[in-house]
Design a protein around this ligand. Structure first.
Ligand SMILES: C[S@@+](CC[C@H](N)C(=O)[O-])C[C@H]1O[C@@H](n2cnc3c(N)ncnc32)[C@H](O)[C@@H]1O
Length: 277
């Protein structure tokens, strides 16, 4: 691939999604974008670049989608989900006793394993949450991932990664080599496409935000902007979860780590409801 074509494609992907493609990823552009070129009736990457220069919006969206990394699994990293049941949910239920409403945002949900891990845990609470309204919004820039998530159909490989067998048996039905998640668990999550680079104000206020394993693909400036956006949507006593390889340190002064809770961040200057008072 010509250097100018790489620069054009990498620049376009960064502008649309924040994702950084380093030069050593040129091979990835070639393998992932050939199917996109074919879908748009183009001969190859040179023709694709001509269309990108002409700002073909549908093509740019498909290119960006093709360059996202959608790796996810149920109960990824375990700890945040253990904490959700043992500390975050009880703390919030105490703090929101008056409203009986909790809002959660899974901000780069990929194929849905993260929000569905939460909805299964919420269901496991049984009667404790029966008169509560628990909203889980799950968003991703990739329409393909959002559609896959909505369907709630997973392969044997996907359900074997992270999902306890008890929950698999309880909440999934096997159809041949696929597993379909129970409609009641699916209906607890609202899915939609959303680009983290856009204004988040229309999404409303959240008590918990999971924004895990996406900031790693952004540069410092983009990480800072996204975190600032999230801080505006997070309740003052709410918490943010980042992925294991991500941090707020050196990026933003809007958040600080919650001591004793790995991967959990609070709004600076406030006390999260997860900490008993
Ligand atoms: C590696 S997955 C992480 C999924 C899940 N949060 C987890 O930790 O398992 C990263 C997701 O971020 C999404 N993504 C990348 N750039 C985005 C953006 N600008 N806005 C919203 N989602 C984005 C990708 O489509 C992908 O599904």
């Amino acid at each position: 691939m010509k250097a100018e074509d790489f620069d054009l494609l990498a620049g376009t992907v960064k502008e649309r999604s924040g994702l950084i493609l380093s030069k050593d990823k040129a091979y990835l552009l070639e393998t992932r974008l050939m199917p996109v070129a074919r879908k748009h009736g183009l001969q190859g990457l040179e023709e694709l670049c001509v269309k990108v220069r002409g700002r073909d919006r549908a093509l740019i969206e498909d290119i960006t989608e093709a360059m996202t990394t959608n790796e996810s699994l149920f109960f990824r990293d375990n700890k945040p989900f253990d904490q959700f049941t043992s500390a975050v949910l009880p703390g919030l239920m105490k703090a929101r006793e008056g409203q009986k409403r909790i809002r959660i945002w899974s901000a780069a949900c990929s194929s849905g394993q993260e929000p569905y891990s939460l909805s299964m845990l919420a269901k496991e609470q049984g009667a404790k949450l029966s008169d509560w309204r628990l909203d889980i919004l799950a968003t991703d820039i990739s329409m393909e991932m959002v559609n896959k998530a909505k369907a709630g159909i997973y392969t044997q490989f996907e359900v074997q990664r992270g999902l306890p067998i008890t929950l698999l048996i309880k909440y999934f039905k096997q159809n041949g080599d696929k597993w379909t998640l129970d409609a009641a668990i699916r209906s607890m999550v609202q899915f939609k496409t959303f680009n983290l680079l856009e204004s988040m104000s229309s999404l409303g206020q959240f008590d918990i935000v999971f924004c895990r394993n996406v900031l790693i693909y952004f540069d410092q400036e983009t990480k800072g902007k996204v975190l600032e956006g999230i801080s505006k949507q997070l309740a003052d006593d709410g918490v943010l979860y980042l992925g294991g390889a991500e941090t707020v340190l050196g990026i933003t002064d809007k958040f600080a780590p919650v001591s004793g809770y790995r991967g959990m961040y609070q709004k600076k200057g406030f006390t999260p409801s997860v900490i008993p008072t």
